[in-house]
Write a new protein. Structure first.
Length: 154
């Protein structure tokens, strides 16, 4: 799944802010961490603020902090703020779409989109933070599990 730049910036920002919700992060600090444009990130942070997920604190020592519920907010919730993921992105109909092959292909692609939405709706910000922590501090693997990368609850 390809995500727009603004969507990816929002995901990076939320994950950074939610990693320490008591701390205020400046837009520059987040932008520098991920090597992204501070101007574009600032626009994204304003959108996240309007959605009630981050709070902007003005003045000296100000910045942004996460005010959402990391256990309840899912990746799909965040992506929906910036993209239309609920419509099947037809991109225009073609004559071949009316053929049996076209109908079957369309059905398979719709099913893939449905599975993607269900998966994104099952992954919370809290789950992402756990996965990130595991990525930063991998535990030693036993020979039995060596090479296995459990993604969720494994």
């Amino acid at each position: 799944m390809r995500l727009q730049v603004a969507t990816r910036l929002a995901l990076y920002a939320i994950l950074e802010l939610a990693s320490d919700p008591d701390r205020q992060f400046s837009a520059t600090e987040i932008a520098d961490r991920f090597g992204i444009s501070v101007n574009h990130l600032s626009k994204v942070l304003r959108s996240l603020g309007r959605a009630g997920l981050v709070e902007a604190v003005r003045g000296a020592g100000g910045g942004y902090r996460f005010v959402g519920n990391a256990k309840r907010i899912t990746l799909l919730d965040l992506i929906r703020l910036f993209e239309d993921v609920d419509s099947s992105g037809d991109g225009g109909r073609e004559a071949a779409d009316a053929t049996p092959e076209g109908r079957v292909l369309g059905s398979v692609l719709e099913e893939i989109e449905d599975i993607t939405r269900v998966t994104l709706s099952s992954i919370s910000v809290a789950t992402m933070l756990k996965l990130i922590a595991a990525e930063r501090h991998p535990q030693r693997t036993s020979p039995k599990t060596e090479g296995a990368v459990p993604l969720f609850g494994g």
